[in-house]
Design a protein around this ligand. Structure first.
Ligand code: NAD
Ligand code: TYD
Length: 356
């Protein structure tokens, strides 16, 4: 590694959806940093997401599991990271309902492993920062009105959000107890290229292409606040560099959609893109049994990050959704690669267990 390297950065979960956009942004924007992408390559991690930066001189991929304590402490003893951006996680709510323990293991135990290893680094490096990428789901659910602020009490309702809340609490506790410099951000639902097709938007794009049913949970009157993934990566860059230590930043698109309205918008756009008659995709909508513990509404008040760091989303939902659809239509091979093998098997089992 050249002498000019200013920072050695660890990004965990960089082969996943948000992680890959974050790794690319850091590798491209900061040639003076060396970016280490640590990922276990679970069903959700895919190095195809980062094909374009393979071999770039300030980037290295490290295959490894954040729950492996010995491996993590050895890695941190070998490379004195100047900063950690921690995204590796089990991320899908439906999977957390059928297999909560793997969420406890990766999201809580894995995070604490990284925190322990980080404590050794702060002894010699006063500029070290641990940045935890978290979710707005830790706040629980909103009613028809109101927004999540950074001061909203935690009230997680799913095993996924409980595990992310637990991780957030540990990060804060390490700040208070051991003086670990940290920052946390809690973001709303992301969408965009490279999202694994188990989440609503890519799943439905894929199903529309293949004329498969679109399983809308319950009556579809559940609200999410959608943010284009590249805007999240910009926010992560800003929070890492300029966020005040020991603080939390909420990140969101000011872009609330009821699921059923979003699905109808998506159906209309897909009919146009695929040259099908208007109304074709909507016929695939199938109302299914509700997700247990389904949060009614998420909506983020992102005024703190806007005020303090000048961040706001750069694309409208219509623009972002169109870019996303185009990407999936142009990357059918990526889709078929990530949806074959173990994933399919898991999904059919889960589908059965939820009784959908
Ligand atoms: P993802 O499921 O697409 O990617 C997760 C990545 O972590 C994968 O590459 C996977 O291989 C890796 N990973 C999983 N377990 C690991 C382990 N034990 N060791 C090392 N690597 C492991 O997830 P995503 O949607 O990109 O989410 C990234 C982060 O952002 C997560 O922490 C998630 O909680 C958070 N987040 C996601 C959203 C969203 O809408 N997707 C919103 C807010 C916050
Ligand atoms: P999802 O993409 O799983 O994100 P999250 O649960 O983290 O918000 O789901 C987004 C919304 O869409 C959520 O209200 C659940 C709903 N949903 C469906 O109606 N059908 C589906 O097949 C999926 C995956 C989600």
């Amino acid at each position: 590694m050249g002498k000019h390297i200013q920072k050695k950065m660890l990004i965990t979960g960089g082969a996943g959806f948000i992680g890959s956009h974050t790794v690319r942004r850091f590798v491209r924007s900061y040639p003076q940093y060396h970016i280490y992408n640590l990922d276990a390559l679970t069903y959700a991690g895919n190095l195809e997401n980062l094909k374009d930066i393979e071999g770039v001189s300030n980037y290295s991929f490290v295959k490894g599991d954040i729950t492996d304590t010995r491996f993590i402490s050895k890695l941190f003893a070998t490379i004195n990271f100047d900063g950690v951006i921690h995204l590796a996680a089990e991320s899908h709510v439906d999977r957390s309902i059928t297999d909560p323990l793997s969420f406890v293991k990766t999201n809580i135990f894995g995070t604490v492993n990284l925190l322990n290893a980080s404590l050794d680094l702060i002894k010699h490096n006063k500029d070290f920062v641990f940045y935890h990428i978290s979710t707005d789901e830790v706040y629980g659910t909103l009613g028809e009105t109101g927004l999540f602020a950074e001061t909203t009490p935690y009230c997680p309702n799913s095993p996924y959000s409980a595990s992310k809340a637990g991780a957030d609490h540990f990060v804060r506790a390490y700040g208070e107890t051991y003086g670990l410099p940290y920052v946390i951000s809690n973001c709303s639902n992301n969408y965009g290229p490279n999202q694994f097709p188990e989440k609503l938007i890519p799943l439905f794009i894929n199903n529309i292409v293949n004329n498969k049913p679109l399983p809308v949970y319950g009556d579809g009157n559940y609200t999410r606040d959608w943010l284009y993934v590249k805007d999240h990566a910009v926010a992560i860059d800003l929070v890492f560099h300029e966020g005040r230590k020991g603080e939390t930043y909420n990140i969101g698109g000011f872009n609330e959609w009821k699921n059923i309205e979003l699905v109808k918008l998506l159906c209309g756009l897909m009919d146009k893109k695929l040259g099908r008659n208007k109304g074709t995709a909507e016929k695939l909508i199938t109302f299914t049994k509700n997700r247990p513990g389904h949060d009614l509404r998420y909506a983020i008040d992102a005024s703190k990050i806007n005020r303090e760091l000048g961040w706001k989303p750069s694309v409208t939902f219509e623009q972002g959704l169109e870019k996303t659809i185009d990407w999936y239509l142009e990357n059918q091979e990526w889709l078929s690669n990530v949806t074959t093998g173990g994933y399919r098997e898991y999904y059919s089992k889960q589908y059965h267990q939820l009784g959908k």
